[in-house]
Design a protein around this ligand. Structure first.
Ligand SMILES: [Zn+2]
Length: 471
Protein backbone atom coordinates (compact mmCIF):
# COMPACT_ATOMS: atom_id res chain seq x y z
CA UNK A 1 0.00 0.00 0.00
CA UNK A 2 1.42 3.37 -1.04
CA UNK A 3 0.07 6.57 0.49
CA UNK A 4 0.69 9.82 -1.37
CA UNK A 5 -1.08 12.88 -0.10
CA UNK A 6 -4.72 11.81 0.29
CA UNK A 7 -4.44 8.91 -2.09
CA UNK A 8 -3.99 5.30 -1.18
CA UNK A 9 -2.80 2.98 -3.94
CA UNK A 10 -3.34 -0.73 -3.52
CA UNK A 11 -1.16 -3.32 -5.18
CA UNK A 12 -3.32 -4.90 -7.94
CA UNK A 13 -2.68 -8.47 -6.88
CA UNK A 14 -3.19 -7.84 -3.16
CA UNK A 15 -6.37 -9.15 -1.63
CA UNK A 16 -9.10 -6.58 -1.22
CA UNK A 17 -9.91 -5.44 2.30
CA UNK A 18 -13.42 -4.96 3.69
CA UNK A 19 -14.32 -2.23 6.17
CA UNK A 20 -14.47 -3.36 9.74
CA UNK A 21 -18.13 -3.08 10.63
CA UNK A 22 -20.24 -3.03 7.48
CA UNK A 23 -23.93 -2.24 7.81
CA UNK A 24 -24.82 -4.88 5.25
CA UNK A 25 -23.34 -8.06 6.64
CA UNK A 26 -24.78 -10.56 4.19
CA UNK A 27 -25.74 -10.49 0.54
CA UNK A 28 -27.54 -12.98 -1.68
CA UNK A 29 -25.98 -13.94 -4.97
CA UNK A 30 -29.03 -14.18 -7.19
CA UNK A 31 -27.28 -16.37 -9.75
CA UNK A 32 -25.83 -19.05 -7.51
CA UNK A 33 -28.55 -18.78 -4.88
CA UNK A 34 -26.00 -18.49 -2.08
CA UNK A 35 -26.01 -16.30 0.98
CA UNK A 36 -22.55 -14.73 1.31
CA UNK A 37 -20.92 -12.85 4.14
CA UNK A 38 -19.99 -9.43 2.81
CA UNK A 39 -16.53 -9.35 4.42
CA UNK A 40 -15.65 -12.87 3.24
CA UNK A 41 -16.85 -12.10 -0.28
CA UNK A 42 -14.65 -9.01 -0.47
CA UNK A 43 -11.57 -10.57 1.11
CA UNK A 44 -11.75 -13.54 -1.28
CA UNK A 45 -11.03 -11.31 -4.28
CA UNK A 46 -7.82 -9.70 -5.41
CA UNK A 47 -8.06 -5.94 -5.50
CA UNK A 48 -8.03 -5.71 -9.31
CA UNK A 49 -10.71 -8.40 -9.69
CA UNK A 50 -12.96 -6.77 -7.16
CA UNK A 51 -12.72 -3.40 -8.86
CA UNK A 52 -13.64 -5.06 -12.14
CA UNK A 53 -16.50 -6.93 -10.46
CA UNK A 54 -17.80 -3.75 -8.96
CA UNK A 55 -18.04 -2.09 -12.36
CA UNK A 56 -19.96 -5.08 -13.72
CA UNK A 57 -22.16 -5.05 -10.64
CA UNK A 58 -23.07 -1.41 -11.12
CA UNK A 59 -23.86 -2.02 -14.78
CA UNK A 60 -26.11 -4.98 -13.99
CA UNK A 61 -27.98 -2.95 -11.38
CA UNK A 62 -28.53 -0.12 -13.84
CA UNK A 63 -29.99 -2.61 -16.34
CA UNK A 64 -32.37 -3.80 -13.65
CA UNK A 65 -30.68 -7.21 -13.40
CA UNK A 66 -28.83 -7.00 -10.13
CA UNK A 67 -26.57 -9.90 -9.22
CA UNK A 68 -26.51 -9.21 -5.48
CA UNK A 69 -29.24 -8.15 -3.09
CA UNK A 70 -29.22 -7.34 0.60
CA UNK A 71 -30.03 -10.57 2.44
CA UNK A 72 -32.26 -8.73 4.89
CA UNK A 73 -34.34 -6.36 2.76
CA UNK A 74 -33.86 -7.73 -0.77
CA UNK A 75 -32.81 -4.36 -2.22
CA UNK A 76 -30.10 -4.58 -4.92
CA UNK A 77 -26.66 -3.69 -3.60
CA UNK A 78 -23.38 -2.58 -5.11
CA UNK A 79 -19.81 -2.35 -3.90
CA UNK A 80 -18.45 0.90 -2.58
CA UNK A 81 -14.89 1.78 -1.54
CA UNK A 82 -14.04 4.23 1.21
CA UNK A 83 -11.14 6.71 1.22
CA UNK A 84 -8.73 4.01 2.20
CA UNK A 85 -10.04 1.73 -0.55
CA UNK A 86 -11.66 -0.63 1.81
CA UNK A 87 -14.87 -2.10 0.49
CA UNK A 88 -18.44 -2.53 1.64
CA UNK A 89 -21.90 -3.04 0.16
CA UNK A 90 -24.45 -0.30 -0.11
CA UNK A 91 -28.13 -0.44 -1.10
CA UNK A 92 -28.85 0.81 -4.60
CA UNK A 93 -31.42 3.13 -3.13
CA UNK A 94 -30.76 4.09 0.44
CA UNK A 95 -34.15 5.04 1.82
CA UNK A 96 -33.29 4.07 5.34
CA UNK A 97 -35.88 1.34 5.52
CA UNK A 98 -33.53 -1.62 5.72
CA UNK A 99 -33.35 -3.06 9.24
CA UNK A 100 -29.62 -3.63 8.67
CA UNK A 101 -29.15 0.13 8.34
CA UNK A 102 -31.56 1.29 10.97
CA UNK A 103 -29.95 -1.33 13.22
CA UNK A 104 -33.36 -2.43 14.34
CA UNK A 105 -33.10 -5.79 15.94
CA UNK A 106 -34.62 -8.71 14.09
CA UNK A 107 -34.95 -12.11 15.65
CA UNK A 108 -32.89 -14.98 14.24
CA UNK A 109 -36.14 -16.34 12.91
CA UNK A 110 -37.04 -13.15 11.05
CA UNK A 111 -33.57 -12.91 9.58
CA UNK A 112 -33.76 -16.45 8.24
CA UNK A 113 -37.26 -15.89 6.91
CA UNK A 114 -36.06 -12.80 5.06
CA UNK A 115 -33.08 -14.61 3.58
CA UNK A 116 -35.29 -17.47 2.50
CA UNK A 117 -37.59 -15.03 0.80
CA UNK A 118 -34.65 -13.42 -1.01
CA UNK A 119 -33.29 -16.76 -2.17
CA UNK A 120 -36.59 -17.67 -3.79
CA UNK A 121 -35.89 -14.90 -6.30
CA UNK A 122 -32.57 -16.38 -7.37
CA UNK A 123 -31.69 -17.75 -10.79
CA UNK A 124 -30.61 -20.99 -9.14
CA UNK A 125 -34.11 -21.39 -7.78
CA UNK A 126 -35.77 -20.58 -11.09
CA UNK A 127 -33.49 -23.06 -12.83
CA UNK A 128 -34.33 -25.95 -10.55
CA UNK A 129 -38.06 -25.22 -10.78
CA UNK A 130 -37.71 -25.47 -14.55
CA UNK A 131 -35.86 -28.77 -14.25
CA UNK A 132 -38.57 -30.17 -12.00
CA UNK A 133 -41.31 -29.03 -14.34
CA UNK A 134 -39.58 -30.47 -17.41
CA UNK A 135 -39.11 -33.80 -15.62
CA UNK A 136 -42.80 -33.97 -14.78
CA UNK A 137 -43.97 -32.91 -18.23
CA UNK A 138 -41.86 -35.68 -19.76
CA UNK A 139 -43.84 -38.31 -17.89
CA UNK A 140 -47.41 -39.04 -19.03
CA UNK A 141 -48.14 -40.45 -15.54
CA UNK A 142 -48.54 -36.83 -14.44
CA UNK A 143 -51.64 -35.05 -15.62
CA UNK A 144 -50.31 -32.21 -17.80
CA UNK A 145 -52.94 -29.74 -16.65
CA UNK A 146 -51.96 -30.19 -13.02
CA UNK A 147 -48.27 -29.34 -13.47
CA UNK A 148 -47.83 -25.72 -12.36
CA UNK A 149 -45.21 -23.54 -10.72
CA UNK A 150 -45.80 -21.19 -7.81
CA UNK A 151 -49.52 -21.63 -7.65
CA UNK A 152 -51.45 -21.28 -4.42
CA UNK A 153 -52.47 -24.51 -2.76
CA UNK A 154 -55.26 -23.82 -0.29
CA UNK A 155 -55.98 -25.88 2.76
CA UNK A 156 -59.31 -27.65 2.32
CA UNK A 157 -60.77 -26.54 5.63
CA UNK A 158 -59.25 -23.09 6.00
CA UNK A 159 -59.05 -20.59 3.13
CA UNK A 160 -56.70 -18.45 5.22
CA UNK A 161 -54.06 -21.17 5.11
CA UNK A 162 -52.21 -21.84 1.93
CA UNK A 163 -48.79 -22.70 0.54
CA UNK A 164 -47.22 -21.99 -2.78
CA UNK A 165 -45.14 -25.02 -3.74
CA UNK A 166 -42.40 -24.52 -6.29
CA UNK A 167 -44.05 -27.07 -8.56
CA UNK A 168 -47.15 -29.15 -8.04
CA UNK A 169 -48.50 -32.08 -10.00
CA UNK A 170 -50.99 -34.91 -9.73
CA UNK A 171 -50.67 -38.53 -10.81
CA UNK A 172 -52.56 -41.73 -10.05
CA UNK A 173 -50.41 -41.94 -6.91
CA UNK A 174 -51.81 -38.70 -5.55
CA UNK A 175 -51.04 -35.02 -5.29
CA UNK A 176 -47.44 -33.90 -5.06
CA UNK A 177 -45.77 -30.69 -3.96
CA UNK A 178 -42.18 -30.36 -5.09
CA UNK A 179 -40.00 -27.94 -3.18
CA UNK A 180 -36.47 -27.03 -4.13
CA UNK A 181 -34.09 -26.81 -1.24
CA UNK A 182 -32.52 -23.38 -1.11
CA UNK A 183 -29.17 -22.77 0.55
CA UNK A 184 -31.10 -21.45 3.53
CA UNK A 185 -34.30 -23.39 3.94
CA UNK A 186 -34.82 -22.96 7.59
CA UNK A 187 -36.28 -25.61 9.80
CA UNK A 188 -39.55 -23.79 10.40
CA UNK A 189 -40.26 -23.84 6.68
CA UNK A 190 -39.49 -27.55 6.48
CA UNK A 191 -41.65 -28.38 9.47
CA UNK A 192 -44.64 -26.22 8.59
CA UNK A 193 -44.72 -27.62 5.06
CA UNK A 194 -44.53 -31.18 6.29
CA UNK A 195 -47.55 -30.50 8.49
CA UNK A 196 -49.48 -28.68 5.80
CA UNK A 197 -49.14 -31.39 3.16
CA UNK A 198 -49.71 -34.22 5.62
CA UNK A 199 -52.94 -32.50 6.58
CA UNK A 200 -53.83 -32.20 2.88
CA UNK A 201 -53.14 -35.91 2.32
CA UNK A 202 -50.47 -34.97 -0.19
CA UNK A 203 -46.82 -35.77 -0.73
CA UNK A 204 -44.05 -33.25 -0.23
CA UNK A 205 -40.89 -34.01 -2.18
CA UNK A 206 -37.77 -31.97 -1.50
CA UNK A 207 -35.40 -31.59 -4.42
CA UNK A 208 -31.78 -30.47 -4.34
CA UNK A 209 -29.74 -29.03 -7.18
CA UNK A 210 -26.74 -31.05 -6.05
CA UNK A 211 -25.52 -33.08 -3.12
CA UNK A 212 -22.14 -33.83 -1.65
CA UNK A 213 -21.92 -36.27 1.21
CA UNK A 214 -18.82 -34.52 2.55
CA UNK A 215 -20.17 -31.01 2.45
CA UNK A 216 -23.64 -30.84 3.89
CA UNK A 217 -25.42 -27.81 5.24
CA UNK A 218 -27.63 -28.10 8.27
CA UNK A 219 -30.63 -27.55 6.00
CA UNK A 220 -29.63 -30.57 3.91
CA UNK A 221 -29.28 -32.68 7.03
CA UNK A 222 -32.73 -31.60 8.21
CA UNK A 223 -34.17 -32.99 4.99
CA UNK A 224 -31.92 -36.01 4.75
CA UNK A 225 -32.28 -37.47 8.21
CA UNK A 226 -36.01 -36.83 8.47
CA UNK A 227 -36.36 -38.65 5.17
CA UNK A 228 -34.93 -42.05 6.02
CA UNK A 229 -31.47 -40.89 4.91
CA UNK A 230 -32.44 -40.33 1.26
CA UNK A 231 -32.22 -37.08 -0.69
CA UNK A 232 -33.15 -36.37 -4.28
CA UNK A 233 -31.34 -34.32 -6.87
CA UNK A 234 -32.69 -33.18 -10.22
CA UNK A 235 -30.08 -32.01 -12.70
CA UNK A 236 -29.61 -31.73 -16.46
CA UNK A 237 -28.67 -35.37 -16.73
CA UNK A 238 -31.74 -36.69 -14.93
CA UNK A 239 -33.99 -34.38 -16.93
CA UNK A 240 -32.55 -35.69 -20.18
CA UNK A 241 -33.13 -39.24 -18.98
CA UNK A 242 -36.70 -38.39 -17.98
CA UNK A 243 -37.33 -36.93 -21.43
CA UNK A 244 -35.67 -39.81 -23.28
CA UNK A 245 -37.54 -42.50 -21.37
CA UNK A 246 -40.76 -40.52 -20.87
CA UNK A 247 -40.50 -41.46 -17.23
CA UNK A 248 -39.67 -39.06 -14.43
CA UNK A 249 -36.22 -39.90 -13.02
CA UNK A 250 -34.26 -38.47 -10.12
CA UNK A 251 -30.87 -38.96 -8.64
CA UNK A 252 -31.07 -40.41 -5.17
CA UNK A 253 -28.26 -40.16 -2.63
CA UNK A 254 -28.72 -42.47 0.29
CA UNK A 255 -26.95 -43.93 3.26
CA UNK A 256 -26.45 -47.67 3.60
CA UNK A 257 -25.75 -49.29 6.96
CA UNK A 258 -23.56 -52.34 7.22
CA UNK A 259 -22.32 -54.51 10.06
CA UNK A 260 -18.74 -53.69 10.84
CA UNK A 261 -17.42 -55.92 13.60
CA UNK A 262 -19.76 -55.29 16.50
CA UNK A 263 -21.10 -51.96 15.29
CA UNK A 264 -22.85 -50.33 12.36
CA UNK A 265 -21.02 -48.27 9.78
CA UNK A 266 -22.47 -46.29 6.93
CA UNK A 267 -21.56 -45.68 3.36
CA UNK A 268 -23.12 -43.42 0.77
CA UNK A 269 -24.56 -44.56 -2.47
CA UNK A 270 -26.01 -42.83 -5.46
CA UNK A 271 -28.44 -44.07 -8.06
CA UNK A 272 -30.58 -42.57 -10.80
CA UNK A 273 -34.02 -44.07 -10.36
CA UNK A 274 -37.51 -43.69 -11.73
CA UNK A 275 -39.88 -41.77 -9.47
CA UNK A 276 -42.17 -44.81 -9.47
CA UNK A 277 -39.49 -46.69 -7.48
CA UNK A 278 -39.69 -44.14 -4.67
CA UNK A 279 -41.65 -45.27 -1.65
CA UNK A 280 -43.95 -42.50 -0.45
CA UNK A 281 -45.40 -42.19 3.04
CA UNK A 282 -47.81 -39.38 3.75
CA UNK A 283 -48.05 -39.83 7.50
CA UNK A 284 -44.34 -39.43 8.11
CA UNK A 285 -43.92 -37.26 5.01
CA UNK A 286 -41.12 -39.42 3.75
CA UNK A 287 -40.11 -40.40 0.24
CA UNK A 288 -37.23 -42.79 -0.17
CA UNK A 289 -35.68 -45.29 -2.50
CA UNK A 290 -33.56 -47.16 0.02
CA UNK A 291 -35.11 -48.11 3.35
CA UNK A 292 -32.30 -47.17 5.72
CA UNK A 293 -34.40 -47.69 8.83
CA UNK A 294 -35.31 -51.28 7.95
CA UNK A 295 -31.72 -52.17 7.02
CA UNK A 296 -30.41 -50.66 10.22
CA UNK A 297 -32.94 -52.65 12.23
CA UNK A 298 -31.69 -55.79 10.52
CA UNK A 299 -28.13 -54.95 11.59
CA UNK A 300 -29.32 -54.41 15.15
CA UNK A 301 -31.17 -57.70 15.00
CA UNK A 302 -28.00 -59.46 13.90
CA UNK A 303 -25.96 -57.88 16.69
CA UNK A 304 -28.59 -58.70 19.27
CA UNK A 305 -28.66 -62.31 18.15
CA UNK A 306 -24.86 -62.51 18.30
CA UNK A 307 -24.92 -61.14 21.81
CA UNK A 308 -27.60 -63.63 22.89
CA UNK A 309 -25.54 -66.44 21.44
CA UNK A 310 -22.48 -65.13 23.32
CA UNK A 311 -24.31 -65.13 26.63
CA UNK A 312 -25.70 -68.62 26.10
CA UNK A 313 -22.34 -69.99 25.00
CA UNK A 314 -20.67 -68.36 28.00
CA UNK A 315 -23.26 -69.83 30.31
CA UNK A 316 -22.95 -73.34 28.94
CA UNK A 317 -19.20 -73.44 29.55
CA UNK A 318 -18.39 -71.18 32.48
CA UNK A 319 -21.27 -71.20 34.83
CA UNK A 320 -20.01 -73.37 37.61
CA UNK A 321 -18.59 -71.76 40.70
CA UNK A 322 -15.18 -73.33 40.09
CA UNK A 323 -14.89 -72.02 36.55
CA UNK A 324 -16.30 -68.62 37.36
CA UNK A 325 -13.38 -67.79 39.62
CA UNK A 326 -10.99 -67.64 36.68
CA UNK A 327 -9.99 -64.12 35.73
CA UNK A 328 -10.18 -64.68 31.98
CA UNK A 329 -13.77 -65.82 32.31
CA UNK A 330 -14.61 -62.87 34.46
CA UNK A 331 -13.12 -60.55 31.83
CA UNK A 332 -15.21 -62.16 29.14
CA UNK A 333 -18.32 -61.70 31.24
CA UNK A 334 -17.56 -58.05 31.79
CA UNK A 335 -17.30 -57.53 28.04
CA UNK A 336 -20.71 -59.14 27.65
CA UNK A 337 -22.08 -57.08 30.52
CA UNK A 338 -20.95 -53.88 28.84
CA UNK A 339 -22.60 -54.80 25.54
CA UNK A 340 -25.81 -55.60 27.39
CA UNK A 341 -25.62 -52.27 29.18
CA UNK A 342 -25.61 -50.52 25.78
CA UNK A 343 -29.06 -52.03 25.32
CA UNK A 344 -30.18 -50.94 28.79
CA UNK A 345 -29.96 -54.49 30.07
CA UNK A 346 -28.46 -55.01 33.50
CA UNK A 347 -26.77 -58.19 34.66
CA UNK A 348 -24.69 -58.78 37.80
CA UNK A 349 -20.90 -58.39 37.79
CA UNK A 350 -20.48 -61.94 39.03
CA UNK A 351 -23.40 -64.00 37.78
CA UNK A 352 -22.43 -67.14 39.71
CA UNK A 353 -22.60 -65.22 42.96
CA UNK A 354 -26.05 -63.80 42.41
CA UNK A 355 -28.48 -66.49 43.41
CA UNK A 356 -31.62 -65.11 41.79
CA UNK A 357 -29.96 -64.24 38.46
CA UNK A 358 -28.10 -67.53 38.32
CA UNK A 359 -31.27 -69.44 39.23
CA UNK A 360 -33.27 -67.71 36.52
CA UNK A 361 -30.67 -68.40 33.84
CA UNK A 362 -30.20 -72.04 34.87
CA UNK A 363 -33.96 -72.60 34.96
CA UNK A 364 -34.75 -71.00 31.62
CA UNK A 365 -31.81 -72.52 29.76
CA UNK A 366 -32.52 -75.98 31.18
CA UNK A 367 -36.17 -75.75 30.15
CA UNK A 368 -35.20 -74.59 26.67
CA UNK A 369 -32.54 -77.26 26.16
CA UNK A 370 -34.50 -80.07 27.77
CA UNK A 371 -31.67 -81.03 30.14
CA UNK A 372 -29.73 -79.48 33.00
CA UNK A 373 -27.72 -76.37 32.14
CA UNK A 374 -25.52 -74.99 34.92
CA UNK A 375 -26.90 -77.40 37.43
CA UNK A 376 -25.20 -80.78 37.42
CA UNK A 377 -28.50 -82.54 36.60
CA UNK A 378 -29.13 -84.78 33.64
CA UNK A 379 -32.89 -84.70 33.53
CA UNK A 380 -35.41 -81.96 33.15
CA UNK A 381 -37.46 -83.23 36.09
CA UNK A 382 -34.54 -82.61 38.46
CA UNK A 383 -34.31 -79.06 37.14
CA UNK A 384 -38.04 -78.60 37.68
CA UNK A 385 -37.88 -79.65 41.32
CA UNK A 386 -34.75 -77.59 41.90
CA UNK A 387 -36.46 -74.49 40.48
CA UNK A 388 -39.62 -75.02 42.52
CA UNK A 389 -37.73 -75.53 45.77
CA UNK A 390 -34.80 -73.13 45.45
CA UNK A 391 -35.97 -70.51 42.95
CA UNK A 392 -39.77 -70.20 43.02
CA UNK A 393 -39.37 -66.64 41.65
CA UNK A 394 -38.17 -68.23 38.40
CA UNK A 395 -40.73 -70.98 38.20
CA UNK A 396 -43.00 -69.07 35.82
CA UNK A 397 -40.08 -68.30 33.54
CA UNK A 398 -39.19 -71.99 33.65
CA UNK A 399 -42.76 -72.95 32.74
CA UNK A 400 -42.95 -70.53 29.81
CA UNK A 401 -39.55 -71.66 28.56
CA UNK A 402 -40.86 -75.25 28.58
CA UNK A 403 -43.84 -74.11 26.55
CA UNK A 404 -41.71 -72.17 24.07
CA UNK A 405 -39.34 -75.11 23.55
CA UNK A 406 -42.15 -77.68 23.42
CA UNK A 407 -40.67 -79.64 26.33
CA UNK A 408 -43.79 -80.03 28.43
CA UNK A 409 -44.34 -83.62 27.30
CA UNK A 410 -40.70 -84.46 27.94
CA UNK A 411 -41.02 -83.25 31.51
CA UNK A 412 -44.27 -85.15 32.00
CA UNK A 413 -42.63 -88.35 30.73
CA UNK A 414 -39.91 -88.00 33.37
CA UNK A 415 -42.42 -87.54 36.19
CA UNK A 416 -42.84 -91.28 36.78
CA UNK A 417 -43.82 -90.85 40.44
CA UNK A 418 -46.37 -88.12 39.71
CA UNK A 419 -44.71 -85.97 42.35
CA UNK A 420 -44.24 -83.08 39.94
CA UNK A 421 -47.86 -83.18 38.80
CA UNK A 422 -49.13 -82.93 42.37
CA UNK A 423 -46.68 -80.18 43.18
CA UNK A 424 -47.94 -78.27 40.15
CA UNK A 425 -51.47 -78.50 41.56
CA UNK A 426 -50.32 -76.89 44.82
CA UNK A 427 -48.45 -74.18 42.98
CA UNK A 428 -51.44 -73.42 40.79
CA UNK A 429 -53.58 -72.76 43.87
CA UNK A 430 -50.88 -70.59 45.44
CA UNK A 431 -50.48 -68.64 42.22
CA UNK A 432 -54.20 -68.03 42.00
CA UNK A 433 -54.03 -66.56 45.50
CA UNK A 434 -51.23 -64.34 44.26
CA UNK A 435 -48.52 -65.87 46.45
CA UNK A 436 -45.65 -63.33 46.19
CA UNK A 437 -42.99 -66.01 46.21
CA UNK A 438 -43.70 -66.63 42.50
CA UNK A 439 -43.29 -62.97 41.60
CA UNK A 440 -40.47 -62.80 39.06
CA UNK A 441 -37.40 -60.76 40.03
CA UNK A 442 -38.06 -57.35 38.56
CA UNK A 443 -34.38 -56.52 38.48
CA UNK A 444 -33.67 -59.20 35.88
CA UNK A 445 -36.75 -58.81 33.69
CA UNK A 446 -34.99 -56.66 31.08
CA UNK A 447 -32.28 -59.33 30.83
CA UNK A 448 -34.86 -62.10 30.49
CA UNK A 449 -36.75 -60.19 27.80
CA UNK A 450 -33.61 -59.44 25.86
CA UNK A 451 -31.99 -62.86 26.10
CA UNK A 452 -35.19 -64.87 25.67
CA UNK A 453 -37.66 -62.56 23.94
CA UNK A 454 -40.45 -65.11 23.61
CA UNK A 455 -40.22 -66.30 27.20
CA UNK A 456 -40.00 -62.70 28.40
CA UNK A 457 -43.09 -61.71 26.40
CA UNK A 458 -45.21 -64.57 27.73
CA UNK A 459 -44.12 -63.93 31.29
CA UNK A 460 -44.82 -60.20 31.02
CA UNK A 461 -48.26 -60.92 29.60
CA UNK A 462 -49.01 -63.36 32.44
CA UNK A 463 -47.86 -60.89 35.08
CA UNK A 464 -49.96 -58.17 33.51
CA UNK A 465 -53.08 -60.28 33.20
CA UNK A 466 -52.90 -61.77 36.68
CA UNK A 467 -51.84 -58.60 38.41
CA UNK A 468 -48.90 -60.46 39.85
CA UNK A 469 -46.52 -57.83 41.14
CA UNK A 470 -42.86 -58.36 40.43
CA UNK A 471 -40.55 -58.42 43.40
ZN1 LIG B 1 -31.01 -4.15 3.27
Amino acid sequence: MIITGHNVTIEARAFAAPVNNPEITEVIDLISGEVQRATAFIAAHRYSELVEARVAMREATKKGQPRHICAICGTPVHLVANMRKRFFFRHKTEDGSCPAVTRSSLSEEEIRARKYHGLRESEAHKRIKQLIERSLRADPAFDTGTIVQEKRWNAADDPQTWRKPDVQATSAEGRFAFEAQLSTTFLDVVVSRRMFYREAGAHLIWVLASFSEDYRRMTTDDLLFSNNSNVFVIDEETVRLSEDTKQFHLRCHYRIPFCNGGSISDKWQEAVIPFSAVKKEIERQRAYYFDYEAEEAKCHGTFDQQLRDDVIAYWAVNMTRQMEGRPEHQDRWLVIKEKLAERNVTVPDRPAWDSSFRGMMHAVLSALKGHGVGWGFDTLIQCAHQTAQMHPESLLAFAFALEVAGHKELLKSQDSTGKWASQCEVMRIQLRKGDPKYAPPQEWMPALSFLFPEVGARLAEFVRRNGLSTS
